[in-house]
Design a protein around this ligand. Structure first.
Ligand code: UDP
Length: 353
């Protein structure tokens, strides 16, 4: 299967139609020579076509899908997940299965067939941090503290952490070539959905605020919006993944944070920035309000949260000489424009903009 040079030539992105997967597939086609297989249930977000791209419409739970993907490729990149916080306490069984159970066969098979598994885990594995914990989250040293079992918010973090531990164990005890990636609040065009238009439920904060801006509703700040997140632009994130793929010798056997500590803001600061960019660009003749809601009102019972989440990116920066470069002020106009282009025509009051 490897090319004549003996280098890996085929790469499979499981979840290649999703937000992170579709950006990765596009960059793999544009910037590398790999033959790429994208496996997903839908491909509306994938805006690239190429002779080097093979699209497989299937769910990874379908019989034989993981087997075929592993047999046909040298590198497997797993990006599939149920990763909207609103699901963690409303559909916890699905969350545990999607983020752990359905991926166990992939880990086993990659180990057996000597494939490189690059797994998208999550910064949520670090768990619950209070504002007093100012230290950045570090792959080798940070503890991972989850809330109690009755706080179902932590089902996702726990499932993802257990899969990481399984991958690590296969690496250490069964020779699996792996790299675990921990994304920290990646945002960009095509993220999530707008409830009532192309999805139901509560998406992540960026899409929640875009819905409010487009529908002229108040932007809702959970518990006042004082929690902090450090946002990384999807293009910076994807560039890091390309660097990882190009450097197996340095990256196999490693767990790597990918985030942008310089873009650490409170959620209310994010809301204010988004209102400003939106008003300047679209002049909606509407005075937006920021409205505090309780976590229980917004997410229902069983929700819990991390007050801060700052990545330590020293390891990946040293290994790969990679650095995120895009500031929030640089990325927000592009991201907002993307949502407006995709959704404004479905929402009344935006004709002729
Ligand atoms: N949040 C908010 N308003 C919203 C959606 C989310 O204040 O409309 C808060 C949420 O409670 C959390 C932060 O924004 O503290 C980031 O939430 P997100 O769902 O984007 O993902 P997380 O970083 O928690 O995984």
């Amino acid at each position: 299967m490897s090319g004549n040079s003996g280098q890996p030539s085929r790469i499979c992105v499981l979840g290649g139609g999703g937000f992170l997967g579709s950006h990765l597939v596009e960059e793999l086609i544009e910037k590398t020579a790999f033959e790429v297989e994208a496996v997903d249930t839908t491909f509306e977000k994938l805006a690239v076509s190429s002779k080097r791209l093979r699209v497989t419409q299937a769910s990874i739970e379908d019989p034989g899908v993981i087997d075929s993907a592993v047999m046909a490729n040298d590198i497997l990149i797993s990006t599939t997940a149920l990763c909207n916080p609103a699901l963690y306490n409303s559909q916890p069984i699905d969350v545990i299965n999607a983020n752990y159970t359905h991926l166990v066969p992939l880990v086993e098979l990659c180990s057996k067939q000597s494939r490189w598994l690059i797994h998208y885990s999550t910064c949520e594995v670090y768990g619950k941090m209070s504002a007093a914990d100012s230290a950045a989250m570090n792959e080798a040293n940070s503890p991972m503290i989850l809330g109690p079992v009755n706080k179902e918010r932590w089902t996702y973090a726990c499932a993802k952490q257990l899969l990481e531990r399984l991958i690590w164990a296969y690496g250490k005890h069964a020779g699996l070539a792996f790299t675990i990636i921990r994304p920290f609040n990646v945002i960009g065009p095509r993220m999530d959905f707008i409830p009532g238009i192309d999805g139901e439920g509560v998406p992540r904060v960026l899409a929640c605020f875009m819905k409010a801006l487009l529908k002229r509703e108040p932007l809702q700040l959970v518990e006042g919006g004082g929690n902090r997140r450090a946002f990384i632009y999807v293009k910076d994130f994807t560039q890091a993944v390309l660097e990882i793929i190009g450097n197996p010798g340095r990256c196999q056997g490693e767990i790597l944070n990918i985030g942008n500590p310089a873009n650490d803001v409170t959620i209310s600061e994010l809301a204010e920035k988004m209102v400003k960019v939106f008003q300047t660009r679209y002049k909606p003749q509407h005075e937006y309000r920021l409205q505090s809601v309780t976590a229980e009102e917004f997410y229902g019972p069983g929700y819990d949260d991390s007050e801060v989440r700052i990545p330590d990116i020293e390891k990946i920066s040293k290994l790969l000489k990679w650095q995120p470069v895009t500031t929030l002020d640089q990325m927000l106009p592009t991201v907002i424009e993307d949502y407006f282009t995709r959704y404004a025509s479905d929402i009344s009051g935006w004709g002729g903009q």
